[in-house]
Write a protein of this length. Structure first.
Lengths: 138, 138
DNA sequence: CGGGATCCATTCCGATACTG
DNA sequence: CAGTATCGGAATGGATCCCG
């Protein structure tokens, strides 16, 4: 398993004592840290869009019709912050801004894409399981 | 791309008119529907744990020391609802409950695991990008 | 056109207390 | 042991208005 589930080495290792949870830094866990961002409501949708080709702000907005302007801006900024996408401003009037994937983003999207393929292929099975669960007596 | 980004066929296709967003059912989008659950704060951690072997409630609690009892219960129920894990109750005194992955869960964890591998391998790059972004002038 | 700033609703999550 | 119930705070996301 990737280190431990929480990805840290207990400094009191060898001492079979209880560990002080408050002293641990769980943000060092890659699973948590990366999945946090990927798991956002709009992240994968935008990564999928930008995996095809660069798009401008307005184009992305049209591709994901129910995203708010605020969340589009914010999600794009967060993806840029993590190094998955780049932002280029063209000083035209009115200005235009283009977003494109970075190499890091493309390397992320490789395994991510396989997961999305799975989601599409097994969506029915998941929905069926859900329906079954919801119908059994409480 | 998997259908459109939002995964629906515009029924007014061919008519280049604006579509009525309020009439669309975005929950039919597998990407959204599956990633929603996977993206939860604890889901991947628990899936990773259970991908190894079945575990009891208390064991999972110890493997993820900072999860609350409430969230452990709830996340496990949600994962069970989606068909990724099974729950078996042994009517001992006191009762013991074991959680194990289903075939569906194992098939999900295959691509998911690749993504977690990526996260572990590229965590430093992500953190570096983040630090760079946060240091550039506001 | 591509945002920033504000305000508000919802949802998520943790802490605590109680139970078969 | 493995939950359930309730509460409150934090985080998340949407709506609206403004701006260069």
């Amino acid at each position: 398993m990737r280190g431990s589930v929480v990805n840290f080495r207990n400094k009191a290792e060898g001492a079979a004592r209880a560990i002080d949870i408050s002293k641990l830094d769980f943000s060092n866990c890659p699973v948590r840290d990366v999945m946090q961002q990927i798991g956002g409501k709009w992240s994968t949708l935008l990564l999928e869009a930008l995996s095809q080709q660069p798009y401008r702000f307005g184009a992305l907005r049209r591709m994901v019709p129910d995203i708010s302007q605020r969340m589009l801006t914010q999600t794009l900024r967060d993806l840029q912050r993590d190094g998955y996408i780049e932002r280029e401003v063209f000083p035209t009037k009115p200005p235009s801004v283009e977003y494109r994937m970075t190499d890091l983003g493309r390397s992320l999207f490789e395994p991510l894409s396989r997961l999305l393929d799975w989601a599409e292929a097994n969506h029915d099975a998941v929905r069926a399981a859900r329906a079954r669960f919801d119908q059994t007596p409480p």
